[in-house]
Design a protein around this ligand. Structure first.
Ligand SMILES: *Cc1c(COP(=O)(O)O)cnc(C)c1O
Length: 341
């Protein structure tokens, strides 16, 4: 397979059309068999459920080339399960887990020429999603849906190494208790846009959201979970019903425990204790871990001892071990790596 002539190291993180995408339609209570198609556009009713009442959910994962030259994906079964959970929460039909993984694999195979080579730092980002496609005017779930998977090559998240970022404690809330914060739905992102644009205007990289109920506990950022390291090297991650269960964060907790022998805790984290942590990182598929150097709480700064120049030592070990597992340099736990070819 001849690779596309792309400057892999400099493609950035933006949409670039690839050759094929997977589509399956849900109609009269059933999913059709699905197919790979070439058309990158969608024609739907002007009154489609997704356009009127935001009935849409998504997933995100990456395909990449390992050290041995295999094309692989990381724990797609967890993306499949999470999409099922998201679908149930906003009254969409479930796209079965096995079919999800199969659709992802087929789409990557069909766009193999866009999977970046090992060592380039670039990956093929895979975006499965589903939306209500039939007309809805009175508020109710749509009757028809479309499930799609497209891919787009993306550049290395950190060019020239991961520099610690500065975040602010947001005055906006991301998710309500008993709301939809724990599912991967577009609606959670629409309402975060004003908050992130505001944070950027103020010179911050990201928002730290606190729990909407009491504004005393750490939740997450707009698109990544928090990991903290205590001064005695324990890994702590916030627990809350309104945090999106990041697959990266769950994997890092396993890596911390089983590979690095560290103690791990998933529990409520008061904002008041954040100043006592030694390291802080944001976890998600895109960057694996982005180190946080500084948190600004309405003008009051919390500066982590790890500083603004590089990742903290424990964060770095976690990062190196998980990326080592993903790239095939370190043996993976059973079932974590799915080989495509
Ligand atoms: C997708 C997402 C994450 C990261 O999840 P991963 O599975 O690690 O990519 C974290 N927070 C939110 C709100 C997200 O939507």
């Amino acid at each position: 397979m001849e690779k596309k002539n792309i400057d892999w190291a400099n493609i950035g993180f933006s949409y670039q059309q690839t050759d094929k995408r997977y589509v399956s339609n849900y109609k009269n209570g059933a999913w059709d068999e699905g197919a790979l198609i070439e058309d990158d556009t969608i024609t739907i009713s002007e009154c489609a459920g997704v356009l009127q009442y935001a009935q849409t959910i998504f997933e995100g994962l990456k395909a990449y080339t390992t050290e041995k030259g295999q094309i692989v994906i990381f724990r797609p079964d967890l993306n499949a399960e999470r999409l099922e959970d998201s679908a149930r929460r906003i009254e969409m039909p479930v796209f079965p887990k096995e079919r999800f993984v199969d659709a992802v694999v087929k789409t990557i195979e069909a766009n193999e020429a866009y999977v970046p080579p090992y060592g380039s730092g670039a990956t093929l980002y895979v975006r499965p999603y589903m939306f209500g496609s039939s007309p809805v005017i009175g508020v109710k779930p749509a009757d028809e849906y479309q499930f799609r998977v497209f891919t787009t090559p993306v550049g290395p998240y950190f060019k020239g190494g991961a520099k610690p970022i500065t975040i602010k404690v947001s005055d906006f809330d991301r998710a309500a208790p008993h709301g939809t914060g724990h599912i991967k739905a577009g609606l959670n992102y629409a309402m975060s846009l004003h908050a992130i644009v505001t944070a950027h205007e103020e010179g911050f990289d990201e928002n730290m959201y606190l729990d909407a109920g009491t504004r005393t506990k750490v939740e997450e950022t707009g698109g990544a979970n928090f990991l903290f390291v205590t001064k005695d090297n324990k890994i702590v991650t916030p627990k809350s019903g309104s945090i999106l269960p990041s697959i990266t964060r769950r994997s890092l907790m396993t890596v911390a425990k089983d590979y690095l022998g560290l103690e791990v805790e998933e529990r409520e984290v008061l904002f008041d204790e954040v100043k006592d942590f030694a390291e802080c990182g944001l976890c998600g598929t895109a960057a694996v871990i982005s180190p946080v150097g500084k948190i600004n709480d309405h003008g009051k700064e919390i500066c982590f001892p790890s500083g603004m120049d590089e990742m903290g030592p424990i964060t770095k070990k976690l990062y190196d071990t998980l990326t080592g597992i993903q790239m095939g340099r370190i043996e993976a736990p059973e079932g974590w790596i799915k080989v495509i070819k």
